[in-house]
Design a protein around this ligand. Structure first.
Ligand code: GLA
Length: 402
């Protein structure tokens, strides 16, 4: 039995234990890794993430009353709220219900998605039946692989079917982002939700975060005998606070000073002017976004023209830009990248929001063990907690499993 089938069964068992009887169905959505394009999403730029094989499952069934009840293997007990109370809980200032302790943080993801999906479908304030939802996941938590987007995607897919909301995949992704921004209070972009929901096997999802157009980009890893490894540094990160929020604010400051709506509107040719106008730190933040957008476009071009072996240098340049200009790497992530490259990886970079989480490395399948060993040795030499190294396989996004 694969790990994911176990999580599927965990969700179904949890449902039976807490609610009784069988769920009406089980829906799931994937974790994600980002191949390239970091912190570009909330700057209306380009990203190229992929859904991974680790998934979150939501076992669900309609109730006769109007109560929404969620349970998960993350925390004991269930959290319930009458559907009409969702707007009171989440319609105020961002993250208020979580900050006040009215809704536990983990439950703000599924309940926030319910609130946002109803609003998106124009069904807020209408009479919708209650739902019982039991959630289980094998997406590593805290590894920067979007365990939260996987919860949002699985619950959004379940509610879309059970409530017959008729929302398109992109609308479900938007509802997930809204839940994260407004219900949970994390100021993230839309990359994770789009990737989790809209991923395809052996492909990455190219997303223009301004137009929200997506395109599946063939990776051809298996054909080429390559694998992508995740090197989880075990350094925990949080996006609701701290560095992520600061970087976002710096980007907004930079765009305002340059007189553009977002950094998407700044090109390489504008960087000289930006250097004159901005303070040194803000300039480097802006330069990361501008060069990273170009690297995403170049990566899509290189994949199409020459295949995955041609993107190594772009991955390495992306990491350097995050380390030196955007300053979101940590020594453990730099060590993971250096060790992977030293052991022959074609390319490697930290992935996700930064300040911890995972790096990814593109490697020959035959070199995967050597890269994992090199990372383990480098971490041991520096006295870091041992990293967890595993393959991340570009996989399908949200679906109904049963
Ligand atoms: C986190 C956020 C995303 C994106 C990345 C950085 O994963 O949730 O929206 O901003 O960081 O690329």
């Amino acid at each position: 039995m694969t790990a994911s089938q176990t999580a599927l069964q965990d969700a179904a068992h949890l449902f039976t234990e807490l609610v009784g009887g069988e769920p009406e169905g089980v829906w799931s959505s994937a974790g994600r890794a980002n191949l390239i394009g970091e912190h570009t999403d909330y700057n209306e730029g380009f990203v190229l993430p992929f859904a991974i094989q680790y998934r979150t499952y939501a076992a669900a069934r309609l109730r006769r009353d109007g109560v929404l009840r969620v349970a998960s293997t993350f925390a004991p007990g269930a959290v319930e709220l009458p559907v009409p109370a969702l707007a009171d809980a989440f319609g105020g200032s961002a993250g208020a219900a979580v900050a006040a302790g009215t809704v536990p943080e983990w439950a703000a993801y599924p309940l926030g998605v319910a609130w946002a999906a109803l609003a998106a479908a124009g069904r807020a304030g209408t009479d919708v039946p209650g739902v019982d939802i039991a959630i289980a996941s094998d997406v590593p938590v805290g590894a920067g692989l979007s365990s939260s987007a996987a919860i949002e995607g699985s619950v959004a897919a379940a509610l879309n079917d059970l409530w017959r909301l008729d929302l398109a995949p992109l609308d479900l992704a938007k509802a997930g982002r809204r839940a994260e921004n407004e219900a949970v209070g994390a100021p993230t972009g839309i990359m994770d939700q789009v990737s989790s929901i809209m991923g395809r096997a052996d492909a990455a999802t190219f997303l223009d975060c301004r137009s929200l157009e997506t395109r599946s980009v063939d990776l051809g890893l298996e054909r080429e005998g390559l694998v992508l490894l995740a090197i989880d540094t075990k350094v925990e990160h949080a996006h609701a606070s701290g560095g992520y929020r600061d970087r976002r604010a710096a980007c907004e400051r930079g765009a305002a000073a340059l007189g553009v709506p977002s950094l998407r509107d700044v090109g390489a040719a504008d960087l000289d002017r930006a250097r004159d106008l901005l303070d040194e730190v803000t300039f480097r933040r802006v330069r990361h976004i501008v060069t990273e957008n170009q690297r995403v476009l170049d990566t899509v071009g290189a994949l199409g023209a020459s295949g995955p072996r041609a993107i190594g240098e772009l991955l390495v340049a992306s990491h350097a830009s995050m380390r030196d200009d955007f300053e979101i790497s940590v020594p453990e992530l730099d060590t993971a990248v250096e060790a992977a490259l030293g052991a022959g990886a074609i390319g490697a970079r930290m992935t996700g929001g930064g300040f911890g989480g995972s790096a990814i490395a593109l490697v020959e399948a035959s070199a995967a063990d050597a890269v994992a060993d090199a990372a383990a040795r480098a971490f041991a030499d520096r006295g870091y907690t041992a990293p967890h190294v595993f393959a991340v396989v570009p996989s399908e996004g949200a679906r109904r499993d049963s």
